[in-house]
Design a protein around this ligand. Structure first.
Ligand code: DOR
Ligand code: ZN
Length: 344
C-alpha cells in the first residue's frame, strides 16, 4: 500500500508540559491529531478543576486561530482528592479523566497516591458518574524488579481495585507486557488500554545496543520481545479496548543525556507515521484507523472525528534535534528515516 487515508486520529495520552516548552511541542500534535488527552503531571500538578481550566486556556491561546485541535484535560489524583472535586470536574465539561500516578513511580509523581484506599472517596464518585481513571500501572516497591513492576501492579492494585469498584471506567495506560494485554482482554468492557508507538516498535535491547541509549528510556521501561509481540497483536486485533496513546514525553537533551537521565520518549513529531510503520510491520494497516481514530473516542464517549488525514509511503529523515523552549530535545529516530509521511 502506498497511500492511506484515515479519519483524523486522537492521541489519548500526551505530555504537553507548559509555557515556552509547550509552545515548542504543541504544533507537532495539533498538526496530526484532532484531540489529545493531556496529562496533568506539571510542577505543581494539576489537581483541581480550576487549574485544569487555566491550563486548557494556556494551550488554546498557544494555538493558531485556524487550528481546530482541542485539548481534553485531566486531573492528577492525590491522597486528598475529594468527591466534590470530581463533581466540579464533571460539571466543568473540560475535564475528561483523572490520572493515577503511584507516588514515586515516574516523572513528577511525588504528589501521587501513596495508598489507593486513600483515594476511594474520589474513585467511588468517579464510578458513580462514569469519569475514567487513567492508571500508570507500576508498583514502586523497590524489592520488585523494574521489568516486573507492571505485572505485579495487576495483582496488587488493579485486581483489588476492580473487585471493590467493578464499574469504575479504567484505562490501563501505556501497557508494555503480555500480562497487561491478557488482563485487559479478559476484563469487562469498562477496562481499556493505550499502547504507545515506541512500545510497538522497540524492545528493551534498544536501550543497550552497542552502549547505553538514554533516548529509548521511558517508564514503563521497554520490555522483552515477547511482550512487544503481544502488544502488536492487541493493537492490530480490532479489539476496541486497545487504542492510541503516544505518551510522547519531551525532556531537554541535557536532562536525558545525564548521569541520572529523565524518563520519557518524544514521538509527537512523527506520531501517526510511527504507528503506520508499526501497523505495516504487523501486516495490519487496515486496522490502524480503528485503533487511532475510533476506539479512543468511543471509550471516552466523544463523537468520532469527521475530517481526514492522508499518509504516503515516503521516507524522510528526522532532524537530529528540535527546539524545546530555550533548550533542544532529541526526538525518536533522530537523524534516521521514517517510511511514512503525513501529507495533509
Ligand atoms: O517515560 C515517562 N515519561 N513516563 C511517564 O510516566 C511520565 C513521562 C513524563 O512525564 O516525562
Ligand atoms: Zn505518560
Amino acid at each position: 500500500m502506498q497511500q492511506l487515508t484515515l479519519t483524523r486520529p486522537d492521541d489519548c495520552h500526551l505530555h504537553l508540559r507548559d509555557d515556552a516548552l509547550m509552545q515548542s511541542v504543541l504544533p507537532d500534535t495539533a498538526r496530526q491529531f484532532a484531540r489529545a488527552i493531556v496529562m496533568p503531571n506539571l510542577r505543581p500538578p494539576v489537581t483541581t478543576t480550576g487549574q485544569a481550566q487555566a491550563y486548557r486556556s494556556r494551550i488554546l491561546t498557544s494555538l493558531p486561530t485556524s487550528s481546530r485541535f482541542r485539548p481534553l484535560m485531566t486531573l492528577y489524583l492525590t491522597d486528598n482528592t475529594t468527591a466534590k472535586e470530581i463533581q466540579y470536574a464533571i460539571r466543568s465539561g473540560a475535564v475528561h479523566a483523572v490520572k493515577l500516578y503511584p507516588a514515586g513511580a515516574t516523572t513528577n509523581s511525588d504528589a501521587g497516591v501513596t495508598d489507593i484506599r486513600k483515594a476511594y472517596p474520589a474513585l467511588e464518585e468517579m464510578q458513580r458518574c462514569g469519569m475514567p481513571l487513567l492508571v500508570h500501572g507500576e508498583v514502586t516497591d523497590p524489592a520488585v524488579d523494574v521489568f516486573d513492576r507492571e505485572a505485579v501492579f495487576i495483582e496488587r492494585v488493579m485486581i483489588p481495585l476492580l473487585r471493590d469498584l467493578p464499574e469504575l471506567r479504567v484505562v490501563f495506560e501505556h501497557i508494555t507486557t503480555r500480562d497487561a494485554v491478557q488482563f485487559v482482554t479478559d476484563a469487562p468492557d469498562n477496562v481499556a488500554a493505550t499502547i504507545t508507538a515506541h512500545h510497538l516498535l522497540y524492545n528493551r535491547n534498544a536501550l543497550f545496543s552497542g552502549g547505553l541509549h538514554p533516548h529509548y528510556f521511558c517508564l514503563p521501561v521497554l520490555k522483552r520481545e515477547v511482550h512487544r509481540e503481544a502488544l502488536g497483536k492487541a493493537a492490530s486485533s480490532g479489539n476496541p479496548k486497545f487504542f492510541l496513546g503516544t505518551d510522547s514525553a519531551p525532556h531537554a537533551q541535557h536532562t536525558k543525556e545525564s548521569a541520572c537521565g529523565c524518563a520519557g520518549i518524544y514521538t509527537a513529531h512523527a506520531a501517526i507515521e510511527l504507528y503506520a510503520e508499526a501497523f505495516e510491520q504487523l501486516g495490519a494497516l487496515d486496522k490502524l484507523e480503528g485503533f487511532a481514530s475510533f476506539h479512543g473516542a468511543d471509550f471516552y464517549r466523544l463523537p468520532r472525528n469527521t475530517s481526514k488525514i492522508t499518509l504516503r509511503k515516503e521516507s524522510w529523515q528526522v532532524p537530529d534535534d528540535l527546539a524545546f523552549g530555550e533548550h533542544r530535545l532529541v526526538p525518536l529516530r533522530a537523524g534516521e528515516l521514517i517510511s511514512w509521511k503525513m501529507s495533509g
